[in-house]
Design a protein around this ligand. Structure first.
Ligand code: NAD
Length: 365
């Protein structure tokens, strides 16, 4: 089914307000989850609503929290997210990095104990809007899904990395991906009979490469939200030993250096750590040619002979922009199961059917 942005936004806001988030925070959660859907990253979109409610119950995401500075110098901050909602503490940390980089030309922000930060590209885009480059490394504490290169047991989560580069008035460069071969959400789709994942995306218990989702979920046929800790295999990192090295770097930079904690299989609150570096190109640009070079290089890359003339050659960020334009006009596609789970979550926080119907007026596209 296709759901229009406005009614979905009203519903998600109402759910999180009922769950105890201040209104502005509920609005941010709705904004960022829906932005993930709009940009085509459904695994980080409104499908997370029931999961976030459960995480609030667990104390892994805490409404109404703000970052607390543990270290604060002109170029560096170590911020404790206090397990606050990622949609609050993530933008707060990013604003701190932007303010320092504007003053100093460069800044580093170590964010620890952040509730789920969602789509990391959002923070790269905030920096781009301020004219800054940024690099973000993220780890996910208490989530073991990915085996290192050459191994058959889990040591990493899907540890994302994002890099944003402003291009003046042109469409910016926004590289933003998990270091897993595919997102867990894509294995979930395959597990439910949808599009299969590549047959090298997973590794089974014996170390054989496979596309069989049971490596992650075990035998949980017929379950809508199977538990990814139940399988005896693992996801693989993207890019063989190179992606595996990058996933490990995320643990060292975003887990160890920020103080958020490294994933050694201990239990505890599921949370993100993020190390972010902000750079003001104006401070580097002694010859006033940065933007011209960036634009010229991107144009040169895009002019390469495409292997698929319909798709063309894209730069990081293009696909999301295309998807967003389509979905803003045509609505956000949601699987019936996911939509039902969101409605159930709304009822669980006390919204009556009549209230839900009112929030969802004109929901269909
Ligand atoms: P993905 O595999 O779709 O890769 C996305 C990146 O590839 C984007 O930069 C995109 O512009 C680029 N891209 C896509 N198609 C392209 C093409 N044809 N040509 C050139 N570039 C192209 O993303 P993913 O790995 O599934 O990650 C999805 C999202 O999940 C990301 O936003 C990530 O930040 C988020 N994530 C968050 C967490 C967390 O704990 N908060 C964990 C993992 C992932």
């Amino acid at each position: 089914m296709l759901i229009a942005v406005q009614p979905l936004d009203r519903l998600v806001r109402a759910v999180f307000t009922r769950k105890g988030c201040p209104e502005e925070e509920a609005a941010r959660i709705a904004h960022y989850l829906i932005k993930a859907n709009l940009t085509g990253h459904d695994s980080h979109g409104v499908i997370r609503v029931p999961r976030y409610l459960a995480w609030i119950d667990e104390g892994w995401m805490r409404p109404g929290q703000h970052v607390r500075a543990l270290v604060d110098t002109p170029v560096l901050a170590v911020l404790d997210g206090q397990f606050g909602m990622g949609q609050t503490v993530g933008p707060e940390a990013t604003r701190a990095g932007i303010a320092k980089a504007r003053e100093q030309g460069v800044s580093v922000i170590a964010l620890r104990n952040a509730g789920h930060l969602g789509r990391i590209g959002d923070f790269a885009e905030m920096a781009i809007e301020a004219g800054l480059l940024s690099i973000h490394f993220v780890n996910v504490y208490a989530s073991l899904l990915v085996a290192p290169f050459g191994a058959a047991s889990r040591r990493f989560s899907t540890n994302p990395v994002a890099i944003g580069v402003p291009t003046g008035d042109d469409a910016p460069f926004v590289l933003d991906f998990a270091t897993a071969y595919v997102a867990e959400g894509k294995v979930l789709v395959a597990h439910q009979g949808g599009k299969p994942v590549p047959d090298t995306a997973l590794v089974d218990e014996a170390g054989n490469l496979t596309g069989d989702p049971r490596a992650l979920y075990g035998d949980q046929a017929g379950t809508s939200y199977p538990d990814p800790t139940r399988g005896k295999g693992a996801l693989r990192p993207f890019g063989e030993h190179k992606g595996s090295g990058l996933a490990l770097a995320c643990e060292l930079l975003a887990g160890a250096l920020t103080g958020s904690g490294v994933n050694t299989g201990k239990s505890g609150a599921f949370h993100n750590g993020m190390l972010s570096i902000y750079l003001d190109p104006a401070r580097f640009d002694t010859d006033d040619r940065f933007l011209a070079d960036v634009r010229a290089f991107i144009a040169w890359v895009k002019a390469a002979r495409p292997t698929d003339p319909v798709e063309g050659v894209l730069i990081p960020g293009d696909k999301e922009r295309r998807t967003e334009a389509e979905r803003r006009a045509g609505g956000i596609p949601l699987a019936a199961d996911s939509w039902q789970a969101i409605l159930d979550a709304a009822r669980k926080v006390g919204l009556r059917d009549a209230e839900i119907a009112e929030l969802l007026e004109d929901r269909a596209k």
